[in-house]
Ligand binder design. Structure first.
Ligand code: HEC
Ligand code: HEC
Length: 345
């Protein structure tokens, strides 16, 4: 009783103050969206993304998250970004080589996991999209993905009162346009930072590798890390790791973008963080297990003019080395990231 009394008194004083100096409403409006901090994990390089061009705010992030999970960004309502990018699979498509899109069609590549995108200079397996803010236009308009038209998406958003409120909260007024939609989707994606795996905790000194994990790590550093570079587990370059081209997909990778012969069969080196969760593997999802991947590096690498020199001699591992490598790769699973309620639908 006494407590309630005190609170009510406090409230009365506050209201009285507001009325008196007539400043509370004004200062509320001036306050605007609340800024969100982007934490660079210890040991990570500087991000490639220029945050000054799109300052992160809680409201911008919330709007981006709603858009990411909203089927209305697709033609028939069934294919939100989150249908192909599933949190429990580190935002890859769980257990699918290619993903389902509009009208019973499939994507022509494997959906990559989405995390640590702030460090990527370009998007997609071939780097064909040079800025993260333009990326969503590709799936929204692709006939085999979301099959929608940006003007339609914007009209659907404009018809929704909740979106109006959320655009006001994020941008200060109720103008709903594609630029704002793309900036807020980008804010959501930038915040998907994965840096709390066992590997990261070992680096911080708060966990220790088992003997098998430690041996696996040593082999990894000598055989794999020049391309799958720590701490992102990719050097973000485009390389040919010797996969035989699929006759069905006829995908020449980076060459499709640059038209240069020397880029034939090169793909962006994928990060190996959360690799346990993002199977199947490679740009077309051709391998379902890490063992198949290791078989590829041991005996499957195909020679060609653009094969990466680091793979000329293949990478043969003994049975024990393989076991240790698998143990190490599992330490890259970030369970807190895939369960983080900030990113959940
Ligand atoms: C039908 C499945 C599907 C849907 C829906 C989808 N994506 Fe994707 N996404 C993919 C595939 C497949 C790729 C790989 C494309 C490529 O490399 O050519 C991809 C690639 C990406 C990438 C590049 C990641 C990297 O590492 O380069 C980003 C970012 C992304 N998607 C975000 C989104 C957003 C945002 C949406 C919603 C607006 C979305 N996706 C909707 C399947 C999908
Ligand atoms: C010469 C550079 C290079 C080396 C060395 C290398 N890789 Fe890769 N790795 C790549 C490229 C490029 C891809 C993607 C190829 C594609 O999809 O066309 C890839 C893909 C992968 C994938 C699939 C990831 C995914 O999300 O689909 C795994 C797993 C992998 N590598 C593990 C390893 C391991 C383990 C080693 C060491 C034994 C290794 N790599 C050595 C360049 C390399």
């Amino acid at each position: 009783m006494k407590k309630t009394g005190v609170t009510i008194t406090g409230l009365v004083v506050l209201i009285a103050l507001c009325v008196n100096i007539n400043s509370c409403r004004k200062s509320d409006a001036r306050k605007g969206p609340s800024s969100l901090t982007f934490n660079i994990p210890a040991g990570f390089p500087a991000p490639a993304y220029d945050f000054t061009s799109n300052p992160l705010t809680q409201e911008g992030f919330n709007l981006g998250k709603k858009l990411f999970y909203d089927g209305r960004l697709s033609k028939d309502g069934n294919f939100p970004c989150g249908s192909c990018h599933q949190q429990f699979a580190a935002f890859a498509t769980f257990d699918h080589d290619l993903s389902h899109g509009f009208n019973d069609q499939f994507t022509t590549r494997n959906a990559p996991g989405l995390y640590n995108l702030a460090w990527h200079k370009a998007m997609h397996w071939d780097g064909g999209i040079n800025h993260i803010e333009n990326q969503p236009l590709a799936p929204i308009t692709a006939p085999n993905e979301m099959a929608e038209d940006i003007t339609n998406v914007i009209s659907k958003l404009k018809a929704d009162e909740e979106y109006k409120r959320m655009f006001v909260a994020a941008f200060g007024d109720d103008e709903i346009n594609s630029q704002r939609m793309l900036k807020s989707l980008t804010q959501f994606m930038l915040m998907l930072v994965s840096a709390d795996s066992k590997y990261d905790r070992v680096k911080k000194g708060t966990a220790t590798f088992t003997a098998a994990e430690q041996s696996g790590y040593v082999i990894f550093q000598s055989k794999c890390a020049s391309c799958h570079k720590e701490p992102l587990f990719t050097d973000l370059s485009y390389r040919n790791n010797g996969l035989v081209i699929s006759n069905f997909l006829q995908d020449f990778g980076r060459m499709r973008i640059t038209n240069k012969k020397e880029d034939s069969l090169k793909f962006k080196v994928p990060s190996l963080r959360n690799i346990e969760l993002t199977f199947p593997y490679m740009h077309d999802g051709r391998f379902y297990t890490i063992d198949q991947v290791l078989n590829h590096y041991a005996t499957g690498v195909q020679n060609s003019a653009t094969l990466d020199p680091l793979l000329q001699n293949r990478i043969a591992l003994s049975t024990t080395e393989r076991l240790n490598m698998r143990a190490f790769l599992k330490t890259l699973t970030d369970s807190s990231f895939v369960k983080d309620s900030r990113f959940a639908e």
